[in-house]
Design a protein. Sequence first.
Length: 194
Amino acid sequence: MSTMTRAAVPAGADRYVLRTATPADLGGARAVMLDTVYRDLKSGYVPRWHADIIDPDAAYLRPDRCTLLVVECDGEIVATGAVRDRGPQAPPNPQWVADRFPSGTTAQLCRIYVAPEHRRNGLARRLVRELCDFVAAAGGYEAVYLHTDPAVPGAEPFWRSLADEVCDERTLAGGGQGIVHFALPVPAPATPAR
């Protein structure tokens, strides 16, 4: 079981609190995630892609070096962000992308979703910062990977402002899945205060 947790901290405006998810938060987190895959990604629930949404406890709370962060506003979960200990699995991702980011040494940022009425408050950016801090503290990671669907409004420019493009599948023969793969630098662990 993962013992690393993030302390509750203000996440932008005073009414938002970002913290490590607890089992009591999983229903609210699942609702944000499912709403996003249906509304924004328009894929709906696809078991081979979204099993972690149905069982976030097994995916994020129990494994070491994994976490699920939530942002709460007035008692409601309004945003999520997670780290899982695996790279992009292939197929359907290009094999060379999967080879560059192997499981075990790759922290994958995922499920960074913000409910529409809470967007434009810096919540996603704050989630990414906290997730990267988690990666640094977890140790053993050599890469930080993520992918995004550029059809989601604002997603591609957001990630381009934070990360380096690894592969834009829209430029591949056949267009792949049409997603864009990114990498972030592995953050250095925090130095303890003296």
